[in-house]
Design a binder for this molecule. Structure first.
Ligand SMILES: Nc1nc2c(ncn2[C@@H]2O[C@H](COP(=O)(O)OP(=O)(O)OP(=O)(O)O)[C@@H](O)[C@H]2O)c(=O)[nH]1
Length: 191
């Protein structure tokens, strides 16, 4: 089994209110994501600084061990508390999950510490698998004041999943659509 970590500690400054609690297709994003990853993850963590908005979510609530470090801090917390070797980290503002893509990522993890899709030349670190072996490198990056998730990738073995590969599982790249503003949420309704 692998651990699921829904990173939900963002400030939602661009959205104007906690976007994790926004309803899309009849469910709050946080519930939708927790449920979608429950199919292949146990436990499912919700990781945030302030857990009070999530008391009613069906998941294990885990507080950021070092607050206000951004998503890299959330990944660090998930790695430290995970009972499993692998953690699937997913942002709360990415509403879609294509199971075939996660299966593809799981199949190619042997011999690596990170499995991460690359889309338009950029890593998608908030839809990625992290092995517990990454913990020291992540801790070191945080100590150095790093905020970028990819900052520690040079210290571990990364399997970057090429676009032509992951598009076989998720042709439209739905998995990487994210919501930053209410306008983004409106656009989702047309997909
Ligand atoms: N656990 C945890 N998650 C975080 C933290 N900061 C951001 N996240 C999550 O990381 C993902 C990406 O966050 P961003 O879109 O960069 O930031 P945001 O705070 O959600 O939105 P903005 O304030 O508009 O930048 C989202 O799922 C956030 O909830 C943090 O300090 N801790």
């Amino acid at each position: 089994m692998i651990t699921g970590a829904v990173l939900a500690g963002g400030k939602s400054l661009r959205y104007g209110r906690n976007k994790s609690l926004e309803v899309f297709e009849g469910r709050r994003l946080i519930d939708r994501i927790a449920e979608s990853i429950r199919a292949f993850c146990a436990p499912v963590f919700i990781v945030a600084n302030d857990l009070s908005p999530y008391y009613d979510v069906d998941a294990t609530l885990v507080r950021d061990i070092i607050p206000h470090q951004g998503p890299l801090g959330g990944i660090f917390t998930a790695l430290l508390f995970s009972p499993n070797e692998w953690v699937f980290a997913k942002a709360t503002d990415m509403p879609f999950l294509v199971p075939a893509l996660v299966e593809m990522m799981l199949e190619c993890r042997d011999g690596y510490d990170v499995v991460v899709p690359v889309s338009r030349g950029q890593h998608e670190p908030l839809f990625a698998l992290y092995h517990r072996r990454c913990t020291p490198a992540v801790g070191q990056a945080l100590e150095q004041g790093e905020k970028k998730i990819v900052s520690f990738y040079g210290k571990v073995r990364v399997h970057a999943l090429a676009e032509e590969q992951w598009r076989r599982a998720d042709p439209e790249g739905l998995s990487f659509l994210n919501v930053n503003t209410p306008e983004d949420m409106e656009k989702l309704k047309w997909i």
